[in-house]
Design a protein around this ligand. Structure first.
Ligand SMILES: [Zn+2]
Ligand SMILES: [Zn+2]
Length: 184
């Protein structure tokens, strides 16, 4: 089964400046943090361009996300989008960079078998844009600490009467009995 994140470069001539459109729909991949995840397909529109070092991908991804408000736990569905830019190197170019002393060049994304793989680019970009602390509204007031309801759903003057401390009649009786026993 071909990897859904692989893009064959067959149509792209290995000649600087040559360019092809890139259009993809990834069916139901899931990129997620603890509180946010993508929901449904991810659509990618952009282009691939031959450059001297390899192939430059520039594209725009659109998708839906589902998150849970970190204050009131409400489920929030939103549209998301991300700009994608990555330069995939010909292996011999990356190798030349490593040999010339660029140690980080060992980590560069490569063109392998005339194919690029966009999974880590997508994952890093989309997950990188997900909020650490998702909120349903920027000023979400959270939950009532007494009844646990969403404060945003309650009237502004929502509050709970403090239960007055009523003396327990049994305690009073017990104290009276103890006192009588002692002959007080
Ligand atoms: Zn909220
Ligand atoms: Zn309450």
């Amino acid at each position: 089964m071909p990897d859904v994140y692989s893009i064959a470069l067959n149509d792209l001539r290995h000649q600087e400046g040559s360019r092809v459109d890139l259009s993809r729909i990834l069916t139901n991949p899931e990129f997620a943090t603890d509180l946010v995840h993508t929901d449904g397909d991810i659509e990618i529109e952009g282009a691939l361009q031959s450059v001297s070092e390899g192939v430059l991908l520039t594209a725009h991804a659109t998708y839906d996300t589902v998150s849970e408000c970190s204050r009131c736990l409400k489920i929030v569905e939103e549209e998301g989008d991300a700009d994608l830019t990555e330069l995939y190197f010909y292996p011999n170019r990356a190798k030349a960079l490593v040999e010339s002393g660029d140690e980080e060049a060992g980590e560069l994304p490569l063109i392998e078998n005339d194919t690029i793989n966009i999974e880590s680019l997508l994952r890093d970009t989309i997950v990188g844009q997900m909020p650490f602390i998702p909120l349903c509204e920027p000023d979400c007031p959270g939950l009532c600490t007494v009844c646990g309801e969403r404060l945003a759903d309650l009237p502004g003057d929502h509050e709970h009467e403090q239960e007055p401390v009523v003396p327990n009649p049994l305690d009073e009786l017990r104290a009276k009995l103890v006192a009588e026993k002692r002959g007080e």
